[in-house]
Ligand binder design. Sequence first.
Ligand SMILES: *Cc1c(COP(=O)(O)O)cnc(C)c1O
Length: 481
Amino acid sequence: MTDKDESIRSAYRLLPAVDEVLREKTLAALTAEVGRGLLRACVQEVIDLWRTEVAAGELNSDQLATRVAAGDAAREAAALVELDRARGLVPVVNATGVVLHTGLGRAPVHPEAAAAMAQAAASFCVLEVDRFTGARNRRDDRLSELLLRLTGAEAAIAVNNNAAAVFLCLSTFAAGKQAIVSRGELVEIGGSFRVPDVMAQAGAHLVEVGTTNRTRIADYAAALGEQSGLLLKVHTSNFRLVGFTEDVEARELAELGESSGVTSAYDLGSGLIDGEGGGDGDGEDGGCASLDMLEGEPLVRAAVASGVDVVTFSGDKLLGGPQAGLIVGRRPAIEALRANAVYRALRLDKAALAGLEATLDLYLTGRGDELPAREMLLRDGPGLALAAQELAGTLRAMEGLEARVVPGQSEPGSGSAPGIYIDTSLVEVARAGLSSAALAAALRAGNPPVFARIHDDALLLDMRTLLAGDHGRLVTAFEAL
Ligand SMILES: *Cc1c(COP(=O)(O)O)cnc(C)c1O
C-alpha cells in the first residue's frame, strides 16, 4: 500500500456518520420544519461530496478534521435544504420584455381568473353535475357556450394544451389514414412539438404537398384520395416566410374539404381575439382593442368564419388564460373529437376550466384588455418611459449602481407574431466590479428572482412585462444584492 492510499484511508475514517450529523443541535429547528427525510438526504449528499474530494486528493485528513470540528456538515446540509426549497415554482419578476415567455410560464392569468382557479381547486365544485336538475353533464358545457359566443363557432371542446388539441384531431380523423399538409407548414414549435412527429404518434401518415415557399389549393386537391383523412393548415407561428411565397387560405381548404368529404383543420397556435371579435360582435357587450402591432397573426373568429371543420389554439398564449388547448368548429367534427377515447386522457382539470371560464367572461363583458398579456402588449410609449425613469431614478440612488433609460424593443414571444418587435423603454443597469452576466445571475438567484435581458453586454430591464407590484420587487431585489 502506498503512502497516498494510507492517507486517503485514514481520511475516510474521519468522515462523520449521517446520524451523527442529524443529531447536531443546530439542525433541530430545520428538522422540525422540513422533516427528517429531506435533511437526511442532504447530509448524505454532503458526506458523499467530501468522500469524492478525499478520493481525488483534494481534501486531506487535517482539512477534513477541521471541517468536522467546525460542524460544516450540518451547515452545508442546511444550505442544500434552502436551495431545494428555493427551487420550487416561485413567482419571478419578468423583466425580459418577452410577454409570453415559455420558460417563465407564458401568460400570467388575470387576478379574477387566478382567484377562480384557487377556489375551484380548494373546494368541491359542480364539475360534472347540473345543480338545478341534479343530472350529470359535461365538464366543459359552460366553457363551450362561452367559446361559441366569443368565436362564432357551432361547437367547442377543450383539452390540456394545444399540442393535445392537434393530436386529438389527428387521432380522430387521420389515424391509419393520410393527413395532407403543406411543406411550408411542417413546423417545429419550441419544446419538441414537431408536426411530423405528432402525426406519427397519432398514427397518421403525412402527405406533404407543395414546396417550402409555395403551396396552392391544386396541390392539396391532387393529393386527395381514398386514404385522405384530414386537410391540415398550420400557422407558422414562430417563423416568417418572406419573398416569393404563397399559401392556401383557410377558406379554400374548407371548400376543398367540403366538396371532397374530408375534414379540414386549422391549427392557429395562438388564439387571438381581437377588436370587435372580442365579444358577441354586436358592439354592445364585448369588444376589446385591436392588437394592430401583431400584424398578420390570424384571428380565431376569422378562422372559424372561413368554414374549416376544426380550429385549434392555445389557452395560455395570446388568449391570456391558463394552459389549455381549445378546439372550436363545426358540430359533427367536434362531436367526433369528443367521442374519441383519447379525449378522456387529454381533458382539462377543474382549476384550468375555472380559469378559462373567468378569462372568457372578461372578454365577453368587454374587459378583455385587462388580461395581463393584452394589457402589456397595449402599453404605450409615454407610460413605459415614465415607469423606466422612475425605476432608473430609484436604482441610481443605490450605492454602486448605475442606471439609465434606453429605448429598445419587446417581443410577444411563445411562437406568436414572429419577427414582430414593439418599441419599449428599458432601464440599463450596471454595478461596479460585476459583469452583466454575473449581475443577471445574481438577480435570478436573488429574492425575489428577477429575469433580465442581456444585449450587447448590457443588462436591461424591460418595463413592458412588469406586473403590478414588480417595481417594488425590483427595488427589493437590488437592495438584497
Ligand atoms: C404553440 C403552438 C402549438 C402547441 O401549443 P401548446 O399550447 O404549447 O401545446 C401547436 N401549434 C402551433 C402552430 C403553435 O404555435
